[in-house]
Design a protein around this ligand. Structure first.
Ligand SMILES: [Zn+2]
Length: 237
């Protein structure tokens, strides 16, 4: 018997299409959300599927111990181990191979400046996973989640990023903003002109709470989901 209701399946499919519309996931990349049962989560289909056409009926429900098989994301372990280790704080995880975050990941030193007030979730000291390998097994996934700690974002060197949220909507919104902020940082490094970042004595946590409270996640979701309706001809779940 499935643990997720149809509403959550709809939402995970919508999240997949939103992330695809932003070129955050495509050939690679995936998104998950926990069900009400702590042993089960929903995840989008794996590599090579049309994420922009994801339907509720394409969404896959797995238990935390489920092993990879064709059709699933190869790196599903990062989702399973995040939801196992931090079920209260990581309700949703997004993994991207997007251009700006991936480019940033290859810098020897990470810029710490905050150039956008809406990126208050950006870590002051960026955790970097620096194994030139996919997160394709549980031990790697456990180490990666340890490294992430309580941060919202982790970079995987030469690979991409992981973004988490306490809700699916938060994780999706943060993913869109993270790619934008990464692009801003890369642009700043390219032009080399003096920067005027958000002052260091401004608390990023306070900034995030003030500028991105949950109702803004709802507004973002409502707006973005209106651009990516479920494709016609969906099969009943
Ligand atoms: Zn990956």
């Amino acid at each position: 018997m499935p643990y997720a209701d149809s509403r959550l399946r709809d939402e995970l499919a919508t999240a997949t299409r939103i992330l695809a519309a932003h070129d955050l996931i495509g050939m690679f990349g995936h998104v998950s959300v926990m069900t009400d049962d702590p042993e089960h989560y929903l995840i989008c289909p794996g590599a090579g599927t049309r994420k922009d056409l994801c339907r509720a009926s394409d969404v896959i429900e797995l238990d935390l111990d489920y092993e990879f098989e064709p059709g699933l994301p190869l790196e599903l372990y990062m989702h399973a181990e995040a939801h196992r280790a931090k079920p209260d704080t990581i309700r949703s995880l997004v993994h991207v191979h997007s251009p700006a975050l991936t480019s940033l990941s290859a810098l020897a030193e990470q810029p710490s400046e905050l150039l956008m007030v809406h990126a208050g979730f950006w870590p002051e000291s960026m955790p970097i996973w620096d194994e030139p390998e996919l997160v394709r097994d549980r031990p790697r996934a456990e180490r990666m989640i340890d490294l992430l700690g309580d941060h919202a974002l982790l970079l995987l060197r030469w690979h991409g990023a992981v973004i988490v949220g306490t809700t699916l909507k938060e994780a999706v919104f943060r993913s869109v903003l993270a790619e934008t902020h990464a692009q801003q940082l890369l642009t700043a490094l390219s032009h080399g002109r003096p920067l005027a970042p958000v002052p260091e004595d401004v608390s990023r946590e306070d900034l995030y709470e003030r500028l991105l409270p949950p109702f803004t996640h709802d507004l973002h979701w409502k707006l973005e989901s209106s651009f990516v309706p479920e494709p016609p001809g969906a099969r009943p779940v």
